[in-house]
Design a binder for this molecule. Sequence first.
Ligand SMILES: [Zn+2]
Length: 153
Amino acid sequence: MEAFRADGHLTNEMLMVLVQSPELLPEELTRLETAEHLAFCDDCLHRYMELLEGGPLLVPARSCEKTLWSHIRIRAIRNAVSRYATAAAAVALALTMLWGSPRMDFTPSLPLPAEERTSVSRQLTGLTGELNDSLRGAVGGISDFLNGFRPVS
Ligand SMILES: [Zn+2]
């Protein structure tokens, strides 16, 4: 089998062997010369690519669809958490502060009597409890929302 034509390009027979059964290539030196020629000759590479288009496509041993869906889901969760968690916490904190304080008095006042100090500390404890509940609700809502991102099987 001739590998090269008189003008120096690969023969059609050689290209067909390369595409259909490369294990039948005659000898090591011919393989090296063929590979080297394909590396620099655009005409022969184009002919080789045209012959490859008609060949069978390879099928992967295992599908990557499920692992891709899990990666996409994890990425979506990370994006949503990084974008919205801080904003949700800030909104929850602001709303809790607004709803938790019935009156805002910015005028300087006298020190509170002892019984009112305990009342203030009780109010602060209640406020942090409400803040915890609000944050827990916001995070639960986000995770419920993200549970919708499941691959269709
Ligand atoms: Zn060539």
